[in-house]
Each structure stands twice: as structure tokens, then as C-alpha cells.
Design a protein around this ligand. Structure first.
Ligand code: ADP
Length: 151
């Protein structure tokens, strides 16, 4: 018997959670697709963040709901604007890795005031997107902890 209190056990479990245990499938668009098609993808896939890749499937950018809303204000033809014009681009993308602690990823979401992170792995000339970590994934971890499923 360790003599640890319930909250000590909870903290111990929380500090062991890894990104890979909670990440979701990434939804990716190619950098030359139109803003219009990205909006369709966001609705159809029911996500708030899209990751943008180049023709070698390497991460080049991120698109949020507000990025797409902003691009939709005014009278531009959304089918003729490629997403690489409006995305947040590398190297200004905040990323995480599968083996990162969930807590560290959560801290990045708070510090950068963003909704999601691409989970990446190193490739020859950049980074490949292998997952998506969002505030929803963090909420799921919280619920799991509270319901004692990990203890
Ligand atoms: P929204 O804009 O819909 O509220 P976010 O708060 O996630 O969604 O995004 C705010 C801004 O930060 C957007 O311009 C978006 O492109 C950018 N952004 C989102 N995720 C990331 C990320 N992982 N790294 C860098 N910038 C990001």
C-alpha cells in the first residue's frame, strides 16, 4: 500500500497520458485547393482545424474556422483563392509529437490560444501529419480521469 491519496493518484495518471492515446485523425487539404473547397471539407469532416500539405504531403500550414470566415468577407471568388494565400504557414505552426505528454500539448493550446495541434513525425524534408490534437481530446482525457477508467 503506497499511502497515496486519490488526488495524488489522479495527478500521477494525468502526468502519464500521452498524445497518441487521445489524438484524432487529421483532416488534410493540399495547398492549392480553393478556400471554397476547404470550407466544404471543414463542414463535411466536422472539424474546426484543417492542416495544409504540399505536393510531397509535408505540413506547410493550418486553417482555422476564422481564417476561412475572414477570407469569405468581401466579394472575392472563393473558388479562385488557393488556401496557401490565407493559411497560417510554417515555420509558425505549433506542433506536437505522438510521444509528447498530453499535459505539455494542452499547455501549448493555452499559451498559443489555439484550438488544435497537428501531431507530426519527422520526414526527409519536413514533417508529416499523422494526427490531430484538439481541446476536445483534452476534454476526453479529463472525463476519463474523472470516471476512474485509468485507475
Ligand atoms: P479560430 O480562429 O477558429 O478561433 P484557432 O483559435 O485555432 O481557431 O486559430 C486562431 C489562429 O491561429 C488562426 O489564424 C489559425 O490559423 C492559427 N492556428 C491554429 N492552429 C495553429 C497551430 N497549431 N499553429 C499555429 N497557428 C495555428
Amino acid at each position: 500500500f503506497t499511502g497515496k491519496s486519490g488526488s495524488e493518484l489522479l495527478t500521477e495518471k494525468l502526468k502519464k497520458f500521452k498524445v497518441k492515446e487521445f489524438q484524432s485523425v487529421p483532416i488534410v487539404v493540399e495547398e492549392n485547393v480553393s478556400v471554397y473547397d476547404a470550407i466544404c471539407a471543414m463542414f463535411l469532416e466536422d472539424v474546426g482545424t484543417l492542416f495544409v500539405t504540399n505536393d510531397q504531403t509535408l505540413l506547410v500550414g493550418v486553417l482555422s474556422r476564422k481564417d476561412l470566415l475572414r477570407a469569405s468577407m468581401g466579394n472575392q471568388d472563393l473558388t479562385s483563392i488557393p488556401v496557401h494565400i490565407i493559411m497560417t504557414r510554417m515555420p509558425n505552426i505549433t506542433i506536437c509529437k505522438e510521444d509528447d505528454l498530453l499535459l505539455d500539448a494542452a499547455q501549448k493550446l493555452i499559451e498559443k490560444q489555439i484550438d488544435g495541434l497537428p501531431v507530426v513525425k519527422a520526414a526527409d524534408d519536413g514533417m508529416e501529419v499523422i494526427g490531430r490534437l484538439t481541446k476536445t481530446n483534452i476534454t476526453k482525457a479529463l472525463v476519463e480521469l474523472g470516471r476512474d477508467e485509468h485507475i
